[in-house]
Design a protein around this ligand. Structure first.
Ligand code: SAH
Ligand code: SF4
Length: 412
């Protein structure tokens, strides 16, 4: 079947999305965190640094910002005193402000970050960033938007009304915050008792754009941020260790491969359009055939660089053995991994998690078809940090909701 991915598709009735309500307004003294080399050069030009010196100065700033992770201009000893003063006067090295840190018994950490609203007199926004340590790696789950314009039925973030796109600086800033809090810069130490990878390497080794928001609806900022993060003279997290997760924004899938070159994860969750239309309403705009065609053509796709298909296990909805069989048929010919995610309940959710026995049978079908089918064990449930539970405190949970959540965590 040949499908034209370039033209705007006709949208089936019933698809609606929230419009972003707020924009980012740059403060008088903006932060340099998240800026590309070109943007740093422009900042230096603005301060009157002659063009002949700019490249060298950019290299120095780049190193202080992204290799050393410094938070003041004062410590940049190889930068002249005058330039340090001029930088200090015009810019900051601020990261998003941490308003709360929660540490789960399994070592998962969640930071609640405050981001400015459009108007100084309006309430600020909050987003969450989650760190998941494992034996050989430490994964940081990063947000791309405050809230999400889409409304997947099983996702807590989607219920949030207010939406603002994060800037590239705010996206890179989340990684800087995590490394600050984990003592993950040269010469620093992790906090006492922290659970981090045990191989003696860095604490943050992998990035997944699986926090709040739909990254491919904030494409440019996500692209610019990830190119800074992957730069091997800076933060240097390899593109193989960065994953962008999308609910299926088809036109930006190709761009993700071409312009960012990172790993792709697709939130599939259903094998039939009628069901996917319900669970992931964006499917009404970009149906399964179109989505899989874009996956087949994902730039750089090989058996060594597979697409991860995420599939949330919902009791009685998408968890039958015939769904499992249809799933493997659907993905035939696409270098793929399948991630079965037990549904993480939240107060007011209309779904339930599939039974463990059902999940095991489902995963057996997938495994027998030649896919590794790890069931992602929910992490950090006691601090509400697992997939789809990220919803900022902008809409606070009631005491009763908190109790219900605790009860759910206890019965696991
Ligand atoms: N918007 C993007 C990325 C953020 S969501 C996307 O949808 O892919 C990250 C992953 O968590 C997605 O696969 C999403 O479908 C899944 N998810 C959302 N809510 C969930 C829940 N309550 N339980 C389990 N997984 C959930
Ligand atoms: Fe948005 Fe992803 Fe949640 Fe759907 S699953 S509402 S796309 S964050």
């Amino acid at each position: 079947m040949s499908i034209n991915l370039e033209s705007e598709p006709t949208v089936a009735p019933g698809f609606s999305e929230k419009a972003p309500l707020e924009r980012y307004v740059e403060p008088a003294r903006p932060s340099l965190v998240g800026r590309s080399r070109g943007q740093l050069a422009a900042a230096l030009a603005e301060l009157g640094v002659p063009s002949a010196h700019r490249n060298m100065r950019v290299q120095q700033l780049w190193h202080w910002l992204y290799v050393r992770g410094v938070t003041t201009f004062e410590v940049m000893t190889n930068v002249s005193k005058e330039l340090r003063a001029a930088l200090e006067n015009r810019f900051t090295l601020a990261r998003p402000e941490v308003v709360a840190e929660q540490i789960s018994v399994d070592g998962t950490r969640k930071w609640l970050l405050r981001l400015p609203g459009e108007n100084p007199d309006k309430r600020p926004h909050e987003v969450e960033c989650v760190y998941i340590p494992e034996t050989g790696r430490g994964t940081l789950c990063v947000s791309s938007q405050v809230g999400c314009t889409l409304n997947c039925t099983f996702c807590h973030t989607g219920t949030q009304r207010l939406v603002r796109n994060l800037t590239a600086g705010e996206i890179v800033g989340q990684i800087m915050v995590a490394r600050d809090r984990l003592g993950d810069w040269p010469g620093e130490r992790p906090p006492e008792g922290a659970i981090i990878p045990t191989d003696g390497g860095r604490s943050v080794t992998n990035i997944v754009m699986m926090g709040m928001g739909e990254p491919l609806y904030n494409f440019e900022a996500v692209r610019d941020a990830l190119l800074v993060v992957a730069d091997n003279e800076g933060i240097a997290i390899s593109k193989r260790k960065i994953t962008v997760s999308t609910s299926g924004v088809v036109p930006n899938i190709k761009r993700t491969g071409e312009e960012i070159g990172v790993m792709l994860a697709v939130s599939l969750h259903a094998v039939r359009n009628d069901l996917r239309n319900e669970l992931v309403p964006l499917n009404r705009k970009y149906p399964i055939e179109m989505l899989l065609e874009a996956c087949r053509n994902y730039p750089g796709l090989t058996n060594a660089k597979r697409i991860t298909f995420e599939y949330v296990m919902l009791k009685g909805i998408n968890d039958s053995l015939s769904d499992a069989k249809a799933l493997v048929r659907l993905l035939a010919g696409i270098p793929a991994k399948i991630n079965l995610i037990p549904f993480n309940p939240w107060p007011g959710a209309r779904h339930e998690c599939a039974d463990w026995e059902t999940i095991e049978k489902f995963s057996e079908v997938v495994f027998n078809a030649g896919y590794s089918a790890p069931v992602r064990t929910p992490r950090g449930r006691d601090i509400l940090a697992a997939c789809g539970q990220l919803k900022s405190a902008t809409e606070k949970l009631s005491v009763r909701e908190r109790m219900a959540l605790r009860a759910m965590a206890m019965t696991e």
